[in-house]
Structure formats: structure tokens, C-alpha cells
Ligand binder design. Structure first.
Ligand SMILES: *[C@@H]1O[C@H](CO)[C@@H](O)[C@H](O)[C@H]1NC(C)=O
Ligand SMILES: *[C@@H]1O[C@H](CO)[C@@H](O)[C@H](O)[C@H]1NC(C)=O
Ligand SMILES: *[C@@H]1O[C@H](CO)[C@@H](O)[C@H](O)[C@H]1NC(C)=O
Ligand SMILES: *[C@@H]1O[C@H](CO)[C@@H](O)[C@H](O)[C@H]1NC(C)=O
Ligand SMILES: *[C@@H]1O[C@H](CO)[C@@H](O)[C@H](O)[C@H]1NC(C)=O
Length: 427
């Protein structure tokens, strides 16, 4: 663990330490997952010391909302992107709602997110539906979705959370495509699912920072050794040319808790010419590089651009008033308190996104998933996941403090709702 520069602000230092420690761990965890491709580095996870869990200053705000199970007369109108914000709403439990796929029926899911296969037994987390306050979010209809992308390329670009959203989309539609009419071609950076009869592709392109870094193809396990070329994007972006629907994200990789080694200009000095910048500063430069690329290369008459906002992490159970909890481990219900916002979603980076996207020439539709996902402490992969290509052992499962994954989401699960929002915008 390094000695990261303390963040400014009123948050007590001990909390910061916990967060940083958790995030640094997360970064490693992260890395490990992806590197299962290259499998060159065996990581040692260095556990952070368990910190004093109780924080008196955090009020118990758990499950105090009256919301989710109250039904008023439903006078909400059909979704219209101009009229209705999907950001504010509530999760409603409805056991008759069944996901369109399972981790046994969809052959394209990574083991990382296949929670049921990995032993998760509680199932309530699969039966919650997001209801925006002002309108009705249309149900995802796979055939309609396929018709909307007929003759087109749909590409998700970003990190492993984006990969989850991509897998969710593939699984949501694949069951209506007959055998022999679909194919999956996997590459290290670029993976393509093809629906032949629709002449459509649903693709994923790995670029965890969107901009280039020394940790794209070969993951650098130690966040301190990662260097970002915050003004370079072409090597990735040339693969995005001519795509009809682009869906981007980037967030969690910027959250190592360390200052970001950022390099720009010519690289005459080699990689040593970097400067260490605070995450929001570096993120701002990186995102502007992306925005410039989009503005100069995307013709909005032909291409639609989406940006998925940050996916919250749930590393600190005191955020939702569960002082005795261990991260998101063992949580089986969403937070019902309206507007709950935890320490796993950095508002500074959110405002960078709002600022950069707001000034772009090409219109970018935000899929603002942060608030709705913030509530879903129950839906992470937790201990029902893998590490370095292997299922967690029973011993590791006994040690959720170090092994529970409270970043990624089980599938089926919350990313299906992100795609329901994307779908609503494609109708
Ligand atoms: C639950 O979902 C079913 C199927 O979509 C729907 O008919 C029913 O009205 C829902 N129940 C509630 C309480 O919303
Ligand atoms: C299939 O879609 C691609 C674009 O994704 C297009 O270039 C090609 O012409 C289409 N082919 C047919 C037969 O429609
Ligand atoms: C987009 O379409 C409009 C209307 O057809 C046209 O005026 C405009 O020049 C087009 N923009 C680009 C970048 O091609
Ligand atoms: C997890 O939850 C179950 C059921 O609520 C409970 O029996 C068990 O003790 C909990 N485990 C831990 C480690 O908190
Ligand atoms: C997303 O929604 C939240 C409210 O939940 C808001 O604070 C934030 O500014 C929105 N993000 C962007 C980039 O507009």
C-alpha cells in the first residue's frame, strides 16, 4: 500500500484510509480479473487492516424510506426521453418479474458475474424493477431491440463494468436468435457478437481509461506503476470508426486513491516525463481527449453516442448504516432511503462528466445509472465470483473482507436495467 496524498475536505482521515485501502484493493482485484487473459502475473492481494467499523457520525439511514412497496394510483406516462428523467425513481419488488435469461441459459457470461452458478442461493435480487418517478420505463423486448440494431454495429467501450453491460445486452437478446444464426469472436481488446439474420453486431472494446495507458493490453497490476497518456486515444479510437451506436464508460480505474501519473505532449522524455495529477484533474484531461475525438470523428447523422455514468462501488457498509457489515457481503435488499449516495461514487468525477459532455458538439446521451445502482447493495457479485480465473475457494468465501467483490454485478441483474434504459432511448 502506498502513502497516498490525503484528500481535502471534511471527511475524517480514517474514513479516507478505509476508502483508499478498499479502492487500492479493488484496483488489484480488478486487474486480476482482466489479466486472466494474459495470466502472466500472479497477484498477491495485500489485505487492508480492518478498520474500526463503527462511525458515530454516520446516522443510521438504512431502510427508513417508505418507498418501495407503496403503490399509488399509477398515472405515469410512457417514457419519452425529452420529457422524463430516469434518474429519480424507486426499486419495486415484484416476484412475477423474471429475468430474460439466467447464467445457465446464456452461454456468453463470464464466470466472474455468474453468481448462481457460483453458488448464490438467495434470489430476491433478481426481482426488482426500476420505476422512474415520472414515467414508465418500457420492458426490454429482445425482438424489438434486434430490429432497432438491424444492419448496425452496436459497440460498448470501456472497462469491465462496461463489459458486464455488454454481456447483459448479448444475453438479453441471444435467446431469440436460433442456433447457427449467431456467433461470438473473442479478441483481447475487441470482441464481437454477431446476429446474422439481423446483420447486426454487439461488440465490446476494452479501453478502461478510454485514453491510452501502459496498462491496456498488458495490465499493470500495481496502480502506482500505471501511466496514462491522457491526450492519446487514436490507437483505441481507430477501432470505433464507422460504428452506428457507441456506448462508453470510464470511472473505476481512476479511483485507485493515488494521484494519476499523466503524460502528454510528445513522449520525447520517454515515460518518465509524466506528472502526477489528482484524479479529477487527470480525468478531466482524459475525458476532453475523448470528447475531442468524438466531436471531430463522429457524424451525428449516422452515429449515436451514449455514455454510461459511474457504477457505484459498495465497499463501506457504514455508508448505508450497517456498521457491523462487511462491504456488500450478505446484503439481500436494496437501500430504500431516497437519494442515498455513498462514498463509492465520486461526485467530483461526475461533475467532470457533466461539464465535458455538456460542451460537446456531438450530442451524447447520458445513461445515468449512478443513483439507481447506488441503492443496489444486494446485487454485487460478492463472494460468488472468481479470482484469477478460479472460483473462490471455501476458505476465501469465509473471508469476505478480503474477497467479496462489491464492484461488479451479478448477471442477470442491475446492468439489465442499464440496458433497459439504453433500449428505451433506441425505440
Ligand atoms: C408485477 O409484474 C407483473 C408482470 O409484469 C404485472 O402484471 C404486475 O402488475 C406487477 N405487480 C405490481 C404490484 O406491480
Ligand atoms: C450489414 O451491415 C453492415 C454494417 O454493419 C453493412 O456495411 C452491410 O452492407 C450490411 N449487409 C447487408 C447484407 O445488409
Ligand atoms: C447532417 O444532416 C443535416 C440534414 O440533412 C445536414 O444539413 C448536415 O450537414 C449533416 N451533418 C453532417 C456532419 O454531415
Ligand atoms: C449472513 O446472513 C445470514 C442470514 O441472514 C446469517 O445467518 C449469517 O450469520 C450472516 N453471515 C454473516 C457472516 O454475517
Ligand atoms: C446523474 O444523476 C445524478 C443524480 O442522481 C446527478 O447528480 C448527476 O449530475 C447526473 N450526472 C450527470 C453526468 O449528469
Amino acid at each position: 500500500m502506498g502513502t497516498p496524498k490525503p484528500l481535502r475536505g471534511k471527511v475524517p482521515v480514517s474514513i479516507i484510509t478505509i476508502i483508499i485501502c478498499a479502492l487500492a484493493f479493488v484496483a488489484l482485484l480488478y486487474t486480476e480479473r482482466i489479466s486472466s487473459f494474459s495470466s502472466s502475473n500472479i497477484l498477491k492481494i495485500k489485505p487492508c487492516a480492518k478498520k474500526n467499523p463503527a462511525k458515530k457520525s454516520i446516522t443510521d439511514n438504512r431502510n427508513t424510506g417508505s418507498g418501495a412497496l407503496n403503490y399509488a394510483a399509477d398515472d405515469r406516462f410512457e417514457f419519452d426521453p425529452e420529457e422524463c428523467s430516469l434518474v429519480h425513481g424507486k426499486w419495486v419488488f415484484n416476484r412475477t418479474i423474471k429475468p430474460l435469461y439466467s447464467d445457465r441459459t446464456c452461454p456468453y457470461l463470464d464466470r466472474q458475474v455468474s453468481c448462481v452458478k457460483n453458488g448464490r442461493e438467495d434470489s430476491d435480487y433478481r426481482h426488482w424493477e426500476w420505476q422512474p418517478d415520472d414515467c414508465m420505463l418500457p420492458r426490454f423486448d429482445p425482438k424489438v431491440a434486434l430490429r432497432r440494431i438491424e444492419g448496425k454495429r452496436l459497440m460498448f467501450v470501456g472497462d469491465s463494468l462496461q463489459r458486464g453491460q455488454w454481456q447483459s445486452f448479448v444475453c438479453l437478446v441471444e435467446s431469440v436468435i436460433p442456433e447457427g444464426q449467431k456467433s461470438m469472436k473473442r479478441g483481447r481488446l475487441h470482441t464481437v457478437f454477431k446476429a446474422k439474420e439481423y446483420n447486426a453486431t454487439i461488440e465490446f472494446y476494452w479501453a478502461p481509461f478510454l485514453v491510452e495507458s501502459n496498462s491496456d493490453l498488458h495490465i499493470v497490476a500495481d496502480p502506482k506503476k500505471r501511466i496514462l497518456k491522457v491526450d492519446s486515444i487514436e490507437n483505441h479510437a481507430k477501432n470505433w470508426m464507422g460504428v452506428d451506436i457507441l456506448v462508453f464508460n470510464t470511472y473505476v480505474w481512476w479511483m485507485s486513491g493515488l494521484r494519476i501519473k499523466s503524460l502528454w505532449g510528445s513522449f520525447a522524455n520517454g515515460e518518465e516525463g509524466y506528472e502526477e495529477l489528482d484524479a479529477p484533474v487527470s480525468y478531466n484531461i482524459g475525458l476532453k481527449t475523448w470528447a475531442n475525438w468524438v466531436d471531430s470523428n463522429v457524424n451525428p447523422n449516422n452515429t449515436r453516442v451514449f455514455f454510461t455514468t459511474m457504477s457505484p462501488t459498495h465497499q463501506r457498509s457504514a455508508d448505508w448504516g450497517n456498521d457491523k457489515g462487511i462491504k456488500c457481503f450478505n446484503e439481500t435488499k436494496p437501500i430504500l432511503k431516497k437519494r442515498h449516495w455513498g462514498t463509492g461514487s465520486d461526485k467530483r468525477l461526475m461533475s467532470v462528466v457533466a461539464g465535458v459532455v455538456g460542451r460537446m458538439k456531438v450530442p451524447v446521451t447520458l445513461i445515468n445509472i449512478t443513483q439507481l445502482s447506488e441503492y443496489r447493495i444486494d446485487a454485487h457479485a460478492s463472494i460468488y465470483t472468481e479470482l484469477g480465473g478460479k472460483l473462490l475457494t471455501d476458505e476465501e468465501k469465509e473471508d469476505p473482507l478480503h474477497y467479496a467483490d462489491c464492484i461488479h454485478w451479478c448477471l442477470p441483474g442491475v446492468p439489465d436495467t442499464w440496458n433497459q434504459i439504453l433500449y428505451a432511448h433506441l425505440l
